[in-house]
Design a protein around this ligand. Structure first.
Ligand SMILES: O=C(O)CCC(=O)C(=O)O
Ligand SMILES: [Fe+2]
Length: 433
């Protein structure tokens, strides 16, 4: 896996690296039509801005909450990128709960985005490494579906475990993973690639039955995929499903596949996050009953009733992005979606109910958690236009821990992992499938 090619010199307009990148940029963009920019929605304009590799984006409008925490000063200073501590208005909150580690942690809420909560550095360094090991070694393998399963017959022990054992024997590029298409008679499908945008209808109690019974045809393997080495598939791992099976073709859950398990450590971490937030301060002025559904606001019960049962692990290489989208496949449109960042830092954009609202850009670093909750935030457009190069913190680097960490540290050099968990059904809803 090549480490990211970003040079810190690119942030200095007088450096030769910057001048070379500028020449290349002019060469590749000089034939682009000039009028398109004016047609972009505010969300699209923000995506374009932060995605750009040249000129490197100005991050002074990006909220960087790590700057408020002196224990992270070293983490901030080592990376070439940083945002600003006052880019957008926020309120700081203490956390609740008896665990002494919660005393030093904070939550941030945003008057313009009710239901959005950011908990910087919520996950301990040790737990960050545990989650990375879990994501790659234990989770991104059968029976859990990954983006690669459609097109490749993946090793029984899991792609990552096979890669680790091949590396140990020095044969890492020699073994080929076979395409699935040779064993299939299905019609040609779309080639493998990033997640596609599908305009799906928001799920809800009213259309649940219809959604649950809509046919969910299996995705078909690409006939053009070639036998590929295990090592070169590692950076192409893009997602792994958690819990209820998600059908990417229709952007609906496929309840007929049954309720998958959600690993206890992830479940407990998400539940601890939800229990530690003072919801009365986050959502008490969000009392419009209609928006919360027929049972009205239920945040008062979340300490006990929040139960994640689905989610995704996203694996991003430094050139990957996640386009603006709304997560509207869950029947419950208000219960918290808990999202954990690991590895390299990212820029997260969170907007409103349409792409016409300019989003807030927020720096997310390893260990940070974002919670999207309530009717406004759970249906808000959001995305990840940029993974920031050279931002792997010291505690995730090779020398951070036990010897077997080095393979993870090397992978993380140019990778961000996001683990997010959702509650699909509202409290008391009986999903007869
Ligand atoms: O990577 C992230 O921080 C966001 C992921 C996300 O929005 C999603 O998986 O739906
Ligand atoms: Fe999302």
């Amino acid at each position: 896996m090549p480490p990211s090619s970003f040079s810190p010199d690119l942030l200095d307009p007088t450096s030769p690296a910057y001048k070379k990148a500028r020449r290349q940029h002019y060469k590749t963009t000089k034939h682009r039509p000039a009028h398109v920019e004016s047609e972009w929605t505010p969300f699209r304009a923000a995506e374009k801005k932060y995605k750009a590799h040249f000129p490197p984006p100005d991050l002074s409008k990006v909220l960087d909450l790590a700057l408020l925490d002196e224990t992270r000063a070293d983490e901030v200073a080592r990376g070439v990128w940083r945002g600003s501590a006052d880019a957008v208005p926020f309120k700081e909150m203490t956390l609740k709960g008896s665990d002494p580690s919660l005393r030093d942690k904070k939550a941030y809420i945003f008057p313009k985005h009710p239901g959005l909560v950011v908990l910087p550095s919520f996950v301990s360094h040790d737990q960050q490494r545990q989650l990375v090991r879990w994501a790659l070694r234990d989770h991104a393998r059968s029976p859990n579906e990954t983006n690669l399963d459609t097109h490749y017959i993946l090793p029984e022990e899991g792609l990552w475990n096979r890669y680790a054992s091949l590396r140990a024997t020095g044969l890492v590029d020699e073994e080929l993973v076979q395409p699935r298409a040779s064993t299939s008679t299905a019609p040609p499908p779309e080639p493998p690639g990033p997640r596609k945008l599908v305009a799906n209808e928001p799920a809800g109690k009213d259309n649940y039955r219809e959604l649950a019974t809509t046919p969910k045809p299996p995705s078909t393997p690409s006939p053009t995929v070639q036998p590929t080495s295990t090592a070169s598939l590692i950076p192409r791992l893009r997602w792994a499903n958690i819990g209820w099976s998600y059908h990417w073709g229709t952007k609906q859950y496929d309840f007929s596949k049954g309720k998958g398990v959600i690993q206890n450590e992830v479940r407990q971490l998400c539940k601890n996050v939800v229990r530690s937030v003072r919801w009365e301060r986050v959502l008490s002025d969000q009392c419009n009953h209609e928006e919360w559904g027929e049972d009205g606001p239920d945040w008062e019960t979340w300490d006990e009733s929040y139960e994640p049962d689905a989610g995704i692990v996203n694996f991003y290489q430094t050139r990957d992005t996640l386009m603006a989208h709304v997560d509207r496949s869950e029947i419950c449109a208000t219960s918290p979606l808990v999202s954990i960042s690991l590895g390299c830092a990212a820029i997260f954009l969170i907007g409103g109910l349409t792409r016409d609202e300019a989003p807030y850009p927020i720096f997310l670093r390893s260990g940070d958690i974002v919670v999207m909750s309530g009717p406004a935030c759970r249906r808000a457009y959001h995305g990840v236009p940029r993974i920031l190069e050279n931002t792997l913190p010291l505690h995730m680097q090779v020398d951070a821990c036990a010897e077997d960490w080095s393979i993870y540290a090397e992978y993380l050099q140019g990778t961000r992992i996001n683990v997010n968990a959702r509650q699909v059904f509202p409290r008391g809803f009986d999903p007869i499938v």
